[in-house]
Ligand binder design. Sequence first.
Ligand code: SF4
Length: 675
Amino acid sequence: MTEYTLAKTAGFCFGVNRAVDLVFRLLDEGKHPATLGPIIHNPQLVERLAGRGVRIINSPEEARPDETVVIRSHGVAQEVYGQLEALGVDYADATCPFVAKIHRIVRQESGKGKTVIVAGDVRHAEVEGIRGHCQTPSYVVEDGEELRILAENLSEKEKINAVLVAQTTYHTNRWHYCNEIAKKHYTNLKIFDTICSATSERQSEAAEMAAASDLMLVIGGRHSSNTRKLQEVCQKHCRTLLIETKDELNGIDLFAYDKIGVTAGASTPADIIKEVLKTMSEILRNEEMEDFATLLEQSLESEKIYNGKRVTGVVTSVAPNEVHVDIGAKQAGIIPAEELSDDPSTKIEDLVKKGDEIELVVVKVNDQEGIVTLSKKRCDAARGFEELKKAYEEETILDGVVTDVVRGGVLVYTCNTKIFVPASQSSDSRVEDLNTLLKKPVRLKIIEINEQRSRAKGSVRAVLSAERKEKQAKFWESVEIGKVYQGEVKSLTSYGAFVDLGGIDGMIHITELSWSKLKHPSEVVNPGDMVEVYIKDFDPEKKRISLGYKKNSENPWVIFQNDYHVDDVVKVKIVSFTAYGAFAEIIPGIDGLIHISQIANQRVEKISDVLKVGQEVDAKIIEIDVDKKRVSLSMRALLSEDEQKKDKELDLNSEVEGVVAEKIVEEAVVNAEAE
Ligand code: SF4
């Protein structure tokens, strides 16, 4: 059974529709329109208009006094406007806005002295009109090859000062080739892609359809440039026939094909397409074909575009600042970048790609420009609000990102929309500067919904508090002495450091931070540090946790016992004096006593006369008492035997005194350790 497909883009484009509408409107107003050339390249419609008295004229001079001259969608040269004004002829301008845009470009660029090159058909009225807006000599190239040859013939000055535009209906593949040639053979050629998206979209759809069909029927005038280009595009893929009216179907054996695609040029009126489809239906007696007429009606109906209308569009191209979509209307659909998403972390290319079908809402219709401005984010936001309502009812936790700081709080992007989070709800602790939250990911709950205003209020605090409680409960269930935790130092006091163990805080006392004596905890840790701690003690009632930090392997007595022995000679640093001797650091955390009698051979009256604090000296370890944590050192033991003999007598005299002094020292050390 034969299958049929009608192209969505078949029929009048925006510009042609606008021009034809203008002529009918003038007729309805009782005016006498005369068109500067055929209003469209469709003989049937032109004939119908002629039947209502619409004349075709070739220049303003031919206009009759009672006539309103209509400038068709192709546009005209600047001088034609001058002639109309000079002759005082009433006129209406139906130049397609896309063509008028090219006029503006070439006027501005040539006004700056640039050479204009037009890629297109030199005989086409649109190209003539474009050239008629140039203030410097212009050139027309039919394809890339001609562009290359032109490069060889232009003067160097012209070549580096050139701009390239395209006829709106120029073939897209040829245009790509022109771009390649431009890169190779021109320096700084400024390229304006002025191909009308309606044309490129129509051509792409036709090519896709032709690739999937056995026969393509292209409906349109044989003199219509865009219809002929459609035929050209399609016949690369399958047999393609151009027909102007239903009558030409008689010569075609439709039964010979399984799949037939139907498209139509931009200047083909809808009723001609309808007639062709109806006749096809009659020939094949295929009832399904009746649906084509309905389809066409629906398609025309869908073209009624208004602000707020929800539409579905297919992405046709993605540019850095906007996305073009086909919404099945005659106007070009454009989504400006700012209407794509509120999510600051995404790029356009991450959001949409060519061929994606997306839901949109119409935000502006500009018939003058032939553009419908669309918004994806507003459509997404409406859908997102439904998700927010559900999350509110089900108390679901949502992921979001802080995007803005506003009065009284922050905005968080979630569910394709931004919701307000009051400052008090932005964290589980006070946030001094809300700007510190910017761009941070957060988890939040919806705490308020306003359906009338489609607004929601969120709370990060609710999530964090609940999580904290859960963690605390788990902690108390599993805590035990000696258990090791990783934690973050939250704050310091003079007596210790508070550590967040993940929802619950514990404290490391200053004496537990280091084996050495500290003046302040900041000598070892600082807020923000991640530390490994173990539970020394805990009280579930008072919710108090004492943490240990210093490690036994770092215990200086352990290190000392492993590395030092009696009779070892060590380099020590004098750290303090007492009446009975000097304390000297052997390693950090281990000080030994050099008794006054062990400093020198001769009697020492005043220790500071012999030693200085900070001075490094050699000493012998003469005793280690691990239990009492005492080490005795001797400098005297390192003196030569002669030196020792020399002062033996002096020693004997002081022996009694020394014994007494040693006892005093031992008692003092024991007392000091007890403290
Ligand atoms: S094809 Fe494009 S440029 Fe040409 S009249 Fe139609 S909308 Fe305008």
